[in-house]
Design a protein around this ligand. Structure first.
Ligand SMILES: [Zn+2]
Ligand SMILES: [Zn+2]
Length: 157
């Protein structure tokens, strides 16, 4: 089933780790590990996009047309993953939330509140400043997220 992950040796390890964390998470919530739930995790992993529950559901249906999976399962699984910090959600105004796996490389986000598009960026100076601020305040930083809200280039034109 993992046709993409087999191309990248280092990603196989990552996915296997993710999968075993996911299985443990399901078990601790007394939920069964099902093919539907596995496909949700795998599709999130294979996608570079920030996905709404609906767009994730559509992707799964395109990829696995014979799999019977309800949108409610997608919602429930995403909130379970979010509660355990395995996925991160980004608000983009009244339209709702988009999700991505926490296992991706660190980056920050520009979020358009008009069309919902999300641009990722990494700025070393910002990263360093944040480390410095946390250090100076005696704070042990574990993670951070930065979301900048506004109107994207396309929507401004
Ligand atoms: Zn926009
Ligand atoms: Zn992102």
């Amino acid at each position: 089933m993992s046709d993409i992950t087999t191309n990248f040796d280092d990603r196989i390890v990552e996915y296997e780790q993710l999968l075993s964390d996911f299985k443990a998470l399901l078990k601790s919530n007394s939920l069964k590990f099902t093919i539907q739930r596995e496909v949700i995790l795998e599709t999130l992993y294979d996608s570079d996009e920030h996905l709404t529950p609906e767009s994730l559901h559509n992707l799964i249906q395109e990829k696995f047309p014979d799999l019977n999976i309800g949108i409610a399962t997608v919602y429930r699984t995403l909130s379970l993953l979010e509660d355990s910090n395995m996925v991160t959600s980004l608000y983009f105004g009244a339209q709702g939330k988009k999700y991505e796996l926490g296992a991706k490389n660190h980056h920050d986000h520009l979020i358009c509140t008009n069309c919902g598009c999300i641009t990722e960026f990494v700025d070393e100076q910002i990263e360093e400043r944040q480390d410095k601020i946390a250090n100076e305040l005696g704070f042990k930083m574990q993670d951070h997220s930065m979301q900048i809200y506004g109107i994207c280039k396309n929507c401004r034109n």
